[in-house]
Design a protein around this ligand. Structure first.
Ligand code: AMP
Ligand code: ZN
Length: 488
């Protein structure tokens, strides 16, 4: 089925046409690994996952999906600095080697990030690459050198900047968002990674070395500029090296349109002569009482915060997919609980269906009624990923068709299409034993050990056991009576 997507570049919903009909190449701006991802960040990654799964299941494309790890920027550097209060005892003492400290901090949060995304149904194996910025310093320097040679980059106070005015002589700057150039003066510079649209200025490609910060030597025409890359340079160099330009789709939250993505466009066009991508796709914010969920506002929840409130991460996924990705989602615990009820309503219909037939024996059934249901659901998914309409179609069907009113062929057909749909939603179980919560003995033993460790206030062991259980594909949640275990 043809997929339609809203493109932030053209500002309309377009038919999606990949460059190579056999493979869609997609790049998602990944996490900045200086602490745990909050569920606002998770919304961005769930959107990218929904997109790649829909392209695969509804569009029948092969996907090459890349998500980077930003492990060097102002925030990661600050938190790895000697004396940083965020330094965890379990990581050991900080070293005189600043790169070492940065690696310990960011590797820890990267690993936790990978665990978090798996809990919400994003498969690590679906990612072709998860490149770390610090592994691509050479490629970043190469890009900056090209920009320098083309005189679109210049040096000031030991840092290297992109010359926006020079770029504007031949190209448009402000493709994703309209930019007001009224206050713009040539040579006005900003060396932070984040800045507002009305402060548009030359942005930093390479930041001069500072006291107590890790740095790399960088020789241009025999002169050394010790320092480290700017955030925008990182993504441009990684996507060029791994996917090649142009690739099909670039994703991120709407806050990344400016300056991050605008600057990526400018760097690639000026440096490599090609814009990065054909389709820019952005998700709206997860909000809390009208404000963006963010670390700086302190209004955030991580997945582990919600697990401690007995929320299954899969219900976070389902809740987010219940809203369209281009609408704001107001986060409340009640909202997640309602999503859980909705997900379980469908689950119990699936269980009733599984009791009626041995679907493994009849798995080729085709019926008009169920094929129409599938067509309608897929139609909405193909229409700019309209998950709320797809789920509404499913609910209408379930409400109007008690299991006993369906034929064996229809039930079999239904289970088959739900399994296909589950490749996108990752919300339901098709194992009859999961209904009776039939958890393997070794998992129960680990959960028992964890309960004992908690009773003995040995929280480090308890945490370790939880990690082992998660790695084996189960969630353990604390309850009043002890714990409950479910499949991830
Ligand atoms: P960061 O780790 O800050 O680099 O952000 C990772 C991703 O999360 C980016 O795509 C952001 O646009 C996205 N993001 C950050 N906050 C929110 C939010 N409240 N709602 C949706 N997406 C967000
Ligand atoms: Zn990026």
């Amino acid at each position: 089925m043809k997929i339609k997507l809203y493109n932030s570049l053209t500002k309309i919903i377009e038919d999606f046409i990949p460059i190579d009909s056999n493979e869609v190449k997609m790049y998602s701006c990944g996490p900045t690994v200086y602490s745990f991802a909050h569920i606002g960040n998770i919304r961005a990654f769930l959107f990218a996952d929904l997109l790649q799964r829909t392209l695969k299941i509804v569009g029948k494309y092969n996907i090459k999906w890349v998500m980077n790890i930003t492990n060097i920027d102002d925030k990661t550097i600050n938190d790895s600095k000697i004396g940083s209060t965020n330094w965890l005892q379990e990581w050991g003492k900080q070293d005189v080697n600043l790169h070492h400290n940065l690696n310990i901090l960011t590797n820890y949060y990267e690993q936790e990030f990978i665990k978090d995304i798996q809990k919400v149904g994003i498969k690590q194996s679906d990612l072709f690459a998860i490149p770390r910025a610090t592994d691509y310093i050479k490629q970043m320097k190469d890009l900056i050198k090209i920009l320098f040679d083309k005189k679109v980059a210049y040096c000031a106070d030991g840092s290297i900047y992109f010359n926006v005015n020079k770029y504007r002589e031949t190209e448009k700057y402000g493709k994703l968002l309209k930019i007001d150039f009224d206050n713009f003066r040539a040579g006005l510079r900003v060396d932070t990674d984040q800045y507002e649209r009305d402060n548009v200025s030359d942005f930093v490609l390479w930041k001069c070395k500072k006291e107590d910060e890790p740095f790399w030597d960088f020789y241009i025409n025999g002169v050394n500029y010790p320092g480290r890359p700017g955030w925008h340079t990182e993504c441009s160099a990684m996507e060029y090296d791994i996917l090649g330009l142009p690739f099909d789709i670039h994703t991120g939250g709407v806050d990344l349109k400016f300056p991050h993505h605008e600057d990526e466009i400018a760097q690639s066009k000026a440096g490599y002569g090609i814009e990065p991508t054909n389709y820019w796709c952005h998700n709206e914010f997860l909000e809390v009482e009208g404000s963006k969920m963010s670390k700086s506002l302190g209004n955030f929840f991580t997945i582990r915060d919600l697990e401690n409130k007995n929320i299954n991460p899969i219900d976070i996924r389902y809740a987010m997919l219940s809203a369209h990705y281009r609408t704001k989602y107001n986060f409340t615990i009640k909202g997640i609980e309602d999503a859980k009820k909705a997900r379980e309503r469908i689950q119990s219909y699936i269980y009733s269906a599984l009791e009626k037939v041995d679907f493994r024996l009849n798995n080729n059934a085709e019926t008009e009624k169920i094929n129409t249901l599938k067509d309608n659901i897929f139609f909405h998914l193909a229409d700019d990923l309209h998950t709320p309409k797809a789920l509404a179609t499913l609910f209408t069907f379930i409400n109007n068709n008690p299991i006993d009113s369906l034929s064996v062929a229809e039930i079999t057909n239904f289970i088959n299409i739900m399994q296909e749909l589950n490749e996108i939603f990752v919300a339901w179980s098709f194992e009859p034993e999961a209904k009776s919560n039939n958890i393997p003995q070794d998992i129960i033993e680990l959960a028992e050990q964890r309960l004992n460790a908690k009773k003995n206030k040995d929280f480090a062991t308890a945490d370790n056991l939880r990690k082992q259980i998660t790695e084996l594909g189960y969630n353990v949640i604390d309850t009043k009576d002890g714990y409950s275990i479910s499949n991830i």
